[in-house]
Design a protein around this ligand. Structure first.
Ligand SMILES: C[S@@+](CC[C@H](N)C(=O)[O-])C[C@H]1O[C@@H](n2cnc3c(N)ncnc32)[C@H](O)[C@@H]1O
Length: 248
C-alpha cells in the first residue's frame, strides 16, 4: 500500500475490458477506493465497471459517497462537505485514496470538484490523475463515425444547460457531441430538423456495454425512454455511409 496520496482514476465508458492497466494497478494498490453514487440505494456505475478487474483486496476500504443528481448548490454543498470530510480524514492519516469516475476524470466528472478544492484543503497531499477512455471516444467507435480529421473541428456541449447556442455551434463545427442530452431530446430534435441535420445525427446510449443502443432516426426516440448515459453525435461528413447505417 502507498501512503497519503489522492488519485482521480477513470475507469472507462462501461465495458470492463476498456479499463486501463494503470487504473487496475492503482485501484489494487491504494488503501481506500472512494466510490461516488447518487444515493445510498443506488449502485455506482463506476464501481460496477471496475469491480470485476479490481477484485477483493485484503485490508482495502471501499468508501461509498453520496452525490445527489442536482445542480442545486444548496443540496450539493452539504453532500460535498460530508464526502470531503471522509476523504480528508483518510488522506491526513497517511492513506492513499483513489476516487473513481466513469470515463475520464477530467471530462464532466464529479472528481473535478474534489480536484479543485484538494490543494487548499490538503496542501501536502500529492494528486495523480489516471486518465480513462472517455465516452467521447467510445461513442465514436460504437457508431463508426470518425470525430475529426485534418482541419475539422469538434465541439462538445453539455446539453442540459440549454440549447440556445446549439444552432450557432452546429453551423460552426464539423462534429458536435451533445452530452447529458437525455432531458432535452425534443428541443435537440427540433433544432436538428430546422437545420436539416437530422439525418446527420445519431443517438447512442450505454456505449460499449451489453445494453448499448444506437438510434439512427432521432424522431423515433421517446423522451421518457432516454437514458442518462446517452449522447447525440452530429457529423457533417458521412465518410463511408456508416452515419446512414451501413454495417449496422
Ligand atoms: C457526468 S458525464 C461523465 C463523462 C465521463 N467522465 C466521460 O469521460 O465520458 C455523463 C455523460 O457522459 C455521457 N456518457 C457517459 N458514458 C456514456 C456511454 N457509455 N455511452 C454514451 N454516453 C455516455 C452521457 O452524455 C452522460 O450524460
Amino acid at each position: 500500500m502507498t501512503g497519503g496520496k489522492l488519485y482521480g482514476v477513470g475507469v472507462g465508458p462501461g465495458a470492463p475490458d476498456l479499463m486501463t492497466l494503470r487504473a487496475v494497478r492503482v485501484l489494487q494498490q491504494v488503501d481506500v477506493i472512494a466510490i461516488p453514487r447518487r444515493s445510498e440505494f443506488d449502485r455506482s456505475v463506476a464501481w460496477s465497471i471496475a469491480e470485476p478487474s479490481v477484485g477483493e483486496v485484503p485490508g482495502q476500504e471501499r468508501l461509498f459517497l453520496q452525490f445527489p443528481m442536482t445542480k442545486d448548490p444548496d443540496r450539493l454543498r452539504p453532500a460535498w462537505d460530508v464526502a470531503f470530510a471522509a476523504i480528508g480524514e483518510r488522506l491526513t492519516a497517511g492513506q492513499s485514496v483513489a476516487f473513481i469516475t466513469e470515463g475520464d476524470p477530467f471530462v464532466y466528472s464529479t472528481f473535478i470538484y474534489l480536484f479543485s478544492e484538494a490543494p487548499s484543503r490538503w496542501p501536502e497531499v500529492p494528486i495523480e490523475i489516471v486518465p480513462g477512455l472517455s465516452s467521447i471516444s467510445a461513442v465514436a467507435a460504437s457508431i463508426m463515425v470518425p470525430l475529426a480529421d485534418g482541419r475539422e473541428r469538434i465541439a462538445i456541449l453539455p446539453a442540459t444547460y440549454g440549447t440556445e447556442d446549439l444552432k450557432r455551434v452546429l453551423a460552426e463545427f464539423d462534429t458536435v457531441l451533445l452530452m447529458k442530452v437525455s432531458s432535452v431530446m425534443p428541443e435537440v430534435v427540433k433544432v436538428l430538423e430546422e437545420m436539416e441535420l437530422i439525418d446527420r445525427a445519431l443517438y447512442v446510449s450505454k456505449a460499449t456495454t451489453r445494453e448499448e443502443k444506437i438510434v439512427r432516426d432521432l424522431r423515433t426516440i421517446r423522451n421518457d425512454r432516454c437514458d442518462y448515459f446517452s449522447m447525440v453525435v452530429v457529423s457533417r461528413k458521412d465518410r463511408n455511409g456508416f452515419l446512414q447505417g451501413r454495417g449496422s
